[in-house]
Structures are given as structure tokens and as C-alpha cells.
Design a protein around this ligand. Structure first.
Ligand code: SF4
Length: 384
């Protein structure tokens, strides 16, 4: 892996890890055609146990406490992820959140919980658990049914839109108590008219969402279908529609670019020169780098380290972990010299991969990012 990733030792910086993505289930009840877990070169999920078990929950809770204490962390975020995390069931999910919360209380670190789901398995017992631990559930959806159902299908190929929306409704309007809905994650699709897509989400009354650039790399991107700049122009149009709608729905990508353009320092893993550290923990308790790197090659996320044998602090030294937080450490010279680097951060690491060059190049979305960032910048100058 070392040769695939540029390593600029002058920018070496051990950034505290504050986000822990825990694969509580390694399988999924859907079979989305673009899924980075199952439909790409990395197939390590096949070797993983189906679930994160009780023993692992206890070891994780102890490791988090030890790390929070050593780093004097005031806060950290634990995201229950998969596969589909709700396959774990309400009883085990309660155990997961409760043991971690109790452990971190002993060192006075606030723990925030999140969960990313396809929404299909939401029921009253799950809602009770999410309410009890103040967990916001983010739901993945790709827009109106005629678009969503093309890619987000079950194992028989049937679209999932109606089932997903039933789950969203339960999260937003539970039989008892407050909403536990956290917002939508949507894969950007320039084939959907920008205004139509934005109106769809505004009509769902969501307060926050994000549009993710599709997880292609240089070897897999369909350049014929999407000429260079397609995503940048489409996202710029979406930005204009969003600004002009005066909606209070927050779009994380746009909000973060605006913040960085106005001098903010920290973005997130896909945006900006700095981000909070993030690691992934698989169901067998092994530590991994960002899961979307599974689109690169088999074994791309492996660190060779595990909850059982290694304190979390040791992960801060790993180039693959640093590459997502102190981004100067591992970008191509072209990005380092780029006028937009502080805002862009070189693009999302998985989008910089090709078999020929590893991660030694700019993002495959470089032109798109330039178009979008320049567009937001010029709109901000005109508005201010
Ligand atoms: S816009 Fe392109 S060259 Fe500039 S930092 Fe981003 S990916 Fe690198």
C-alpha cells in the first residue's frame, strides 16, 4: 500500500480520531448495483462474521475509553454501519449503544451516536432504541422512485423505494416520542434534472442531506457517459436551485464548501485540507481505513491491526488514516500546487485511484470540483 500512496513526511501529523464507523452487520438486505461493499474488487466482506458480537462490543468500549482518556477527548462519534446495521436487531443494538455509553461515561467523554441505514427494517423496537440513545438515523435514497429503483434494489432485483419511504416515515413520526430521522444521503445523478431532485427532497421536509459523488476511480469511471465537467455543472445548477429556493434544508457539501471558502479550516473526509480522523471497524474487530477504498482493489482498507491487539492510538500513525485527515500528507504535487487545495483537499481519496498510478494523482472529479468551487465562490461574492 505504501507505494500506492504518496507520503510527504514534511506534513506528517497525528490527528486525533474522533469518528468510529463500526460495521455491526457485514451483510445487507439490499443489493444496490453501485455498492462499494459488495460490488467492487474488495470482497473481504465474505470472510467477515455476519455481526459484531457481544465480546467485540466490550473490547470496543474498553478501547474507546482508553483512547478518549489518553487523548483527553471531550467528544467522539460512533456510527453503527453495515452492510445494513438494522439486521443486528433492536436487542443487540441496545447492547451496543449502552455498553459504549457506559464505558465513556467513566472518563467523562461525550459520545454521539449515528446510524446509516437503508430504512427497510425500521420498526417500533428499533425506534425505542434510537430514542433511548439519541441516535439520528441517516437514510440512503437516490431520489424519486423512478430513479431510486434503478439501482437500489433487493436481492431479486425489485426496487426498494416504497419500503424505504415507510421506514423514513416511522423514523420521522414515531408512534411515541420524538423524531430520530437524521437526513438523507444521495448519490449524485446528473441524469435527474437538478430542480426536480431538489424539489423532491424539499417536499420531504428533511432538514439535512448530502449529495455524494459516485464512487468511481480512473479505471471504472464511464467517461463516455459523463464527459468531464458533467458533475460540476450539474452540482452548480443544484447549488443555484438550492440558494434560490431559500429552503432551510442543509446540504452538507454546499455548506462545507461555503465555510471553507470563507476561511474555515476543517472539512470532512471528502472535502477540505483537514478533517477529523476516521477509522472503520469490521465485524471481526479488525481496524480498517475508509470503507469506500474497497472500490480500489482487494484488501485496500486493511491495516493488519485489530481491536483485540492494538490500542486505537496506534492508528493515528498509519498513512492511510492520515491521508483522510491531514490531507497534505498524501496528495499529488498537482494538488499541493493548486489554488483550490485548501477548499478541495485533493478530492476524495478513493476517487484518486487507478491501477497504473495508485493514489498518486488528482481526483478524477478534479475539473468538476473546480467548476463547483469556482461557481460557489462567485455566487458568494455576488451575494455578500
Ligand atoms: S481541484 Fe483538482 S488539482 Fe485542485 S486540489 Fe482538487 S483535485 Fe487537486
Amino acid at each position: 500500500m505504501g507505494i500506492l500512496l504518496p507520503q510527504r513526511t514534511e506534513f506528517y501529523e497525528e490527528v486525533p480520531i474522533s469518528t468510529f464507523v463500526v460495521k455491526v452487520a457485514s451483510r445487507c438486505n439490499l443489493k444496490c448495483s453501485y455498492c462499494y461493499m459488495y460490488e467492487h474488487p474488495d470482497q473481504t466482506w465474505q470472510e467477515q462474521p455476519n455481526f459484531f458480537d457481544s465480546e467485540m462490543i466490550h473490547i470496543l468500549a474498553t478501547r474507546l475509553k482508553e483512547y478518549a482518556n489518553s487523548r483527553q477527548l471531550k467528544q467522539l462519534l460512533v456510527i453503527a454501519h453495515g452492510g445494513e446495521p438494522l439486521l443486528l436487531g433492536a436487542k443487540k443494538l441496545r447492547e451496543f449503544f449502552s455498553i459504549i455509553k457506559d464505558s465513556l461515561q467513566e472518563v467523562e467523554t461525550d459520545v454521539g451516536f449515528g446510524l446509516q441505514t437503508n430504512g427497510i427494517l425500521v420498526n417500533d423496537d428499533i425506534i425505542d432504541v434510537l430514542q433511548e440513545f439519541d441516535v439520528r438515523a441517516g437514510v440512503s435514497i437516490d431520489g424519486p422512485p423512478e430513479w431510486h429503483d434503478r439501482m437500489r434494489v433487493d436481492h431479486k432485483g425489485n426496487g426498494s423505494f416504497n419500503q424505504v419511504m415507510k421506514g423514513v416515515e416511522k423514523l420521522r413520526n414515531p408512534n411515541n416520542g420524538k423524531s430520530v430521522f437524521g437526513g438523507f444521503l444521495t448519490v449524485a445523478n446528473p441524469e435527474i434534472p437538478a430542480q426536480e431532485l431538489l424539489s423532491f427532497f424539499i417536499n420531504l421536509n428533511t432538514t439535512s442531506m448530502d449529495f455524494l459523488l459516485p464512487d468511481y476511480n480512473f479505471d471504472t469511471f464511464p467517461f463516455d457517459r459523463y464527459p468531464v465537467g458533467t458533475f460540476g455543472r450539474w452540482l452548480s445548477e443544484l447549488f443555484d436551485c438550492w440558494l434560490e429556493s431559500k429552503t432551510d434544508m442543509e446540504i452538507r457539501k454546499f455548506k462545507t464548501f461555503m465555510k471553507l471558502l470563507m476561511g474555515g479550516k476543517r472539512g470532512y473526509d471528502a472535502i477540505g485540507a483537514f478533517s477529523h480522523g476516521v477509522v472503520v471497524i469490521e465485524t471481526d474487530g479488525t481496524y480498517h481505513a475508509l470503507d469506500v477504498l474497497k472500490t480500489s482493489y482487494h484488501g485496500a482498507t486493511q491495516t493488519g491491526m485489530s481491536l483485540r491487539d492494538h490500542p486505537i492510538k496506534e492508528l493515528e500513525k498509519l498513512p492511510l488514516v492520515m491521508a483522510l485527515s491531514a490531507k497534505r500528507f498524501s496528495v499529488d504535487q498537482k494538488c499541493l500546487d493548486c489554488r483550490l487545495f485548501d477548499v478541495c483537499g485533493g478530492g476524495y481519496l478513493p476517487h484518486r485511484y487507478s491501477e497504473a498510478k495508485g493514489f498518486n494523482q488528482e481526483s478524477l472529479y478534479c475539473q468538476d470540483l473546480m467548476i463547483l468551487i469556482d461557481h460557489i465562490s462567485s455566487r458568494l461574492s455576488n451575494e455578500l
